[in-house]
Design a protein around this ligand. Structure first.
Ligand code: DGY
Length: 328
């Protein structure tokens, strides 16, 4: 097997040992060991002369990044399934291999999407704050009323692995009807979950829960804007565990504040982290968590292993385990 000895790599943050140990054992690796990412300036200095870089979604990997690394750069291994932070066509043009980490975070992310859905529908965070603020004085027949889940309609935008996993939970556990909007037909979802492919407007109008699982690209950027929220039911719950810029945050805020939709559950914001003065932070009908969809032991270990294997394979000139730009 071709070796990786002496090949230089930069790892932009400490990742689980399940992957990091392999990288450190097999190459000349520098690991950024701070809790916050390196500044752009420092990042570009650190990657100069590297043969491989293991990146996170916090790093913008563009032509400037690749120029700064130099023409010996062989592989960019992203510790994420999403790769909107990477200019993959530019990497392909330069012959740089790019890898990601799909599969291992599907269940964890679907679970988190469901947690957001039920928390927003049943006002769990509001209730928790109410109790902690010592405002619970009696049982209230008209208080804390939320939305039912059983037998409702779930609209999935982006019926890939994670969308399917959420739909499976909601169909199997809560007998929901499943609608989906996707460029591609998902026959397994139609067969196993009786899911129905519909256009975007139909999904918005008919769903009680709308959950976003598409990738971020030019078409999906800002697709949840004022016009989209206006088409949703006033009782609807919006969930986004994909990427923040898919929602127009100001429009979402207005829709939540004006009662155009019932509530939202967000694992992702635009920008990230959400700004402390963003009005979303103050809205009681918005559940916010800090991009933790894949934050379970097995998911993060799995991501680390795949990211390390992708990196090492790229350094050796071998096919990546999950290769975003294989030769056509
Ligand atoms: C991903 O993998 O793309 C998530 O957003 C982070 O785990």
């Amino acid at each position: 097997m071709p070796g990786t000895d002496g090949l230089r790599v930069f790892v932009t943050r400490r990742i689980p040992a399940a992957g990091l140990d392999k990288v450190v054992d097999e190459c000349d690796a520098e690991v950024w060991d701070e809790p916050l990412p390196p500044s752009r300036e420092v990042l570009l200095e650190k990657i100069a002369g590297c043969d491989g870089v293991l990146t996170l979604l916090t790093e913008k990997v563009d032509a400037e990044f690749m120029d700064a690394a130099g023409s010996q750069l062989k592989v960019i291994s992203n510790f994420a399934v999403g790769f909107n932070n990477i200019d993959v066509p530019e990497a392909t043009r330069r012959g740089i291999r790019v890898g990601n980490t799909p599969g291992v975070l599907t269940d964890a992310t679907a679970d988190l999407a469901f947690a957001l859905l039920i928390s927003a529908a049943r006002r769990i965070i509001e209730g928790n704050q109410y109790v902690r603020a010592d405002r619970w004085k009696t049982w209230e027949p008209l208080g804390h009323i939320g939305q039912d889940l059983c037998g409702k309609t779930l609209g999935i935008v982006g019926m890939g692995r994670i969308g399917f996993a959420l739909a499976k939970r909601c169909r199997g556990g809560w007998d929901m009807q499943v609608l989906y909007h996707d460029k591609h037909r998902n026959e397994a979802a139609e067969k196993e979950l009786d899911a129905l492919q519909v256009d975007f407007d139909t999904l918005l109008a008919e769903s009680d829960f709308v959950s976003v699982h598409t990738d971020l690209n030019e078409e999906t950027h800002g697709m949840f804007d004022a016009a989209a929220f206006a088409k949703m039911k006033k009782t609807a719950v919006f969930v986004n565990s994909a990427r923040g810029p898919i929602q127009n945050q100001r429009d979402l805020c207005d829709a939540l504040r004006n009662g155009e939709i019932f509530a939202a559950g967000l694992d992702v914001t635009d920008p990230e982290p959400v700004r402390a003065d963003d009005p979303l932070v103050e809205l009681p009908n918005c559940v916010l968590v800090p991009h933790v969809g894949s934050a379970t032991v097995s998911s993060r270990n799995g991501m680390a292993e795949i990211a390390a294997d992708n990196l090492l394979a790229g350094l050796r000139g071998q096919p990546l385990r999950h290769w975003l730009n294989p030769p056509q």
